[in-house]
Structure formats: C-alpha cells, structure tokens
Design a protein around this ligand. Sequence first.
Ligand code: ATP
Length: 323
Amino acid sequence: MNEVILDELYKNLGKYVTSDNMCKRLNISRIAVWNRIKGLQKLGYKIEAKRSVGYRLAEEGKDILIPYEIKRRLNTKMFGREIEYFRLTSSTMDEAQYLTEKECPHGLLVISEEQTNGRGRQKRKWLSPQGLNIYASLIYKPTSMSAVKSIALMFATSIAIVEALSDVGIDNAAIKWPNDVMVNKKKIAGVLLETKSESGILKSAIVGFGINANMESIPDELQDTATSVMMEIGEKVDRATLLSNILYYMENMFRLIEEDKDDKVFELWKKYDMTIGKRVKIISSDGEVEGVASDIDEQGFLLVKTDDGSVRRVVTADSLRFV
Ligand code: ATP
C-alpha cells in the first residue's frame, strides 16, 4: 500500500496529489491515508500536507534504505529484485539461512536496519547500530557451479564493494585477504560467505556484507581499526544507491565466475589487494605462519613465503595481521 502512495507521490514529484485520489486508488479512508503519510514521513520522506489540497513529496527520498528505494535504483536482473526487509533482526545471515531452507528465490536480498547479533567470521561480533549502515545477505543459487569457486564469490563481493565505494568518492579502498575492505588501513566493510555443497557442487551460498556507511564516529573498541564512508568523504552517503550499485557490480562479477572467467575476477582482486608483498602473521587452527604474502593460487588461497624459503598455502586464517 505504501508503495502505491509512493508511486503516486513520485509520479507527481514536487506537486500536490489530492487525498481523494489516494483514497480511491487504495480504497481506504482519508484517515488511513494520513496515517500512512505519517509513517512515510517518519522514514524520512519530505512529504508536505496541505489542508483541502493534498500531499506533496518535496524531493526524492534521501538515504532511506527500504526495498522501494533500493528497487528504484536497481540495475540488476536477479540480485535484489526480491527483498526481505527488517528494521531489527539478530543477523541477516540467520534470516537468510532460514529463507534458504524454505526454498526462497535466487537473488533474494535480506537487509536490516540493525542487527543485535551481527557476525563476522568465526562468529566474531559485527557492530551493527540502527539506521546508519548497510547489513545485507544475498542468497545465491547457481545452476551448476563447483564448490571450489566459493572463494571467488567472496573476492567478487569485495571487488564490488571497492568499485561501489569508488563511485561515492572513495578511490583508495583496498582488500585485505580474504574478506575485508579497508580504507587507509581501517576496515570499512566485511564480507562473509556461508555455503552449502553436495558432492563438490555448490548448491547455495549466502553472501553477507556489512558496510560502515553513515556512522559519524567509531565506538572506542574499534577506534583504531574501523572507519565509515561518512568519515572518509565528510558527508552522508545515500545507502540505497550504494547498495544497489554493489548488487549491480556483484551480479556482473558473479556472471564472470559462472562463465568460468574466474581469472578476470582474480586479476581485479589483485588490482585492489593490499596483502600481497606484505609481511604477515597468520593465526589459524593449524598454528601460526609468518612470512611474506607472495601470491594467491588458482583457488584464491594465500601463498606465504616463510623465512626458511618454503611456501605455505593458507586456506583459512582466524586472523591475518601485517607485521
Ligand atoms: P580481524 O578484523 O580480527 O582481522 P577478520 O578480518 O576475519 O578479523 P571478521 O571476522 O570478518 O574479521 O569481522 C569481525 C571483526 O571485525 C571483529 O572482531 C571486530 O574486530 C571487527 N568489527 C566488528 N564490527 C565492525 C564494524 N562495524 N566495522 C569494522 N570492523 C568491525
């Protein structure tokens, strides 16, 4: 119903639409229309009401992260065409997992304005305050894809974020292997991938990403390690535009992987990478490795040249630090 009201207001942007017109279109009372208008104003729409004239949307909605605004900006075929929206949830990954089990459509996007239990890898907490950032999980169901391509999907998502950040004026974002997007050595976004495979075939993947968008400051515990788009460019970013651009780049990049052009994704990843060539210390369940990150292999695993000259292939890292 709100979508019909928004359609009507947008069609007449800057001009008044009579209340009667909306009542007729929706088959609801004037009071019901007014209540819906109040709800839209609360979301941030600049809607003016004039007695016996009607309602006017003074300008396009800015930084209103609801499905309607994302879809208005969306340039994809499948990704984000259907959106499951929450004002508050424990984690978009949990919601997406539940939806995946319920046979949801390919490309379904889950977003929330706040997460009480947002998570990074190894169930580490992802700070997710209300109304400022982007917390999203995309459900991806390939028709026929080898499970070894999972890491390429993660790389593709990080690349998509770097490219979308460049569109809003951050042109020095870089990727820290395997899943973090950094600006000036501080984390601005994280990517999380959870997959289901059978006999080496990827059945479904949930690609989660959290982007620090409009946080004006960073809480103490992450003061030295995190940043946000707003802190980097000095102004608010329109999250609906940023998110729809990410989905557009993701869809294009995922298509390359579907067409077995993973090398192109790896090439781009290397262009934006900040890990290769650096001295790193990796801590994982297999123990610690220290050396120079020399390359990634054809599956995206990190190759680390240790001081004794041997090369270690790092599949997962609980933590990677530059030393
Ligand atoms: P690390 O950041 O310790 O190297 P990681 O890169 O694997 O590990 P993730 O597991 O992807 O990190 O993300 C969780 C970590 O990110 C948390 O332990 C915390 O240090 C940091 N973090 C949590 N919330 C945010 C946020 N909103 N922005 C930036 N960093 C965050």
